[in-house]
Design a protein around this ligand. Structure first.
Ligand code: ATP
Length: 231
């Protein structure tokens, strides 16, 4: 469902060229949960950003459900992101003055009425409540981020990422700011959401504890794929 074909991403700084992604090919099935690992600078964030259409491909392609990302223009990419992708960040990226519920509901703001209908949402508040329930935060709707623990804040950000019913969830170091107990709980939640809703989850991590519990791990080194391990 995600087909990565001879993918290359280079960055130019002055006279120097960095091959951040150096000829990677791999397939990820619908509903699979995959960890991307590797040392700092190995290309994890770049790969996630390319799959997330947040950065431009230098050569090669990523085909998602038969859509070629390399041939999309900016407008098509924006539309594609809105209706297919969910993002989770290391630092949660919640709005401090809004409640948990309002933070989740914010995910609907870029969607038109027609787009909401397309994804089967008629009541955004109810959908946001259900997403919070799905991440184990029923009863916490009115709390602001500052009144929640790190693990709970990451759950709110996961609710915000899943509320538009994405086909793919992309998470850059989602457990980097959490202790090992909360990291494992967040991973278990991502795994549950992936299996129950057939969401493809792709996340990066360099935490060895986290990597003990993964189903498949892709290891990068200097932009190259050096290992693709099913556990
Ligand atoms: N915007 C940019 N301009 C120039 N070089 C970049 C840019 N973004 C990334 N790079 C380079 O591309 C390579 C891969 O970086 P990337 O951030 O993808 O690695 P990473 O594995 O996510 O690292 P970390 O674990 O530290 O977040 C690095 O050499 C980095 O310096």
């Amino acid at each position: 469902m995600v087909e990565i074909k001879s993918l290359v991403k280079t960055y130019k700084t002055g006279d120097e060229e960095v091959r951040a992604i150096d000829d990677i090919s791999l397939n990820i099935k619908q509903g699979e949960i995959v960890a991307i690992s590797g040392a700092s600078g190995s290309g994890k964030t770049t790969l996630l950003n390319l799959i997330g259409t947040l950065d431009n491909i230098t050569s090669g392609d990523i085909i998602i459900n038969e859509h070629s990302i390399a041939s999309m223009n900016e407008k098509e990419k924006t539309n594609y992101r809105k209706l297919n992708l969910g993002f989770i960040f290391q630092s949660y990226n919640l709005i401090p003055v809004l409640s948990a519920l309002e933070n989740v509901e914010l995910a609907f703001q870029p969607l038109s009425k027609q787009e909401l209908a397309e994804i089967g949402i008629s009541d955004t508040k109810l959908a946001a409540k259900e997403a919070l329930k799905a991440v184990g935060l029923e009863g916490y709707e009115e709390r602001r981020p500052g009144q929640l623990s790190g693990g709970q804040q990451q759950r709110v950000s996961i609710a915000r990422a899943i509320v538009r019913k994405p086909k793919i969830l992309l998470a850059d170091e989602p457990t980097a700011n959490l202790d090992s107990k909360n990291s494992l709980l967040i991973l278990a939640l991502l795994s549950k959401l992936s299996h129950e809703n057939k969401i493809t989850v792709i996340y990066s991590s360099h935490d060895q504890e986290v990597l003990k519990n993964v189903e498949r791990v892709i290891i990068l080194k200097d932009g190259k794929l050096v290992e693709d391990k099913k556990c």
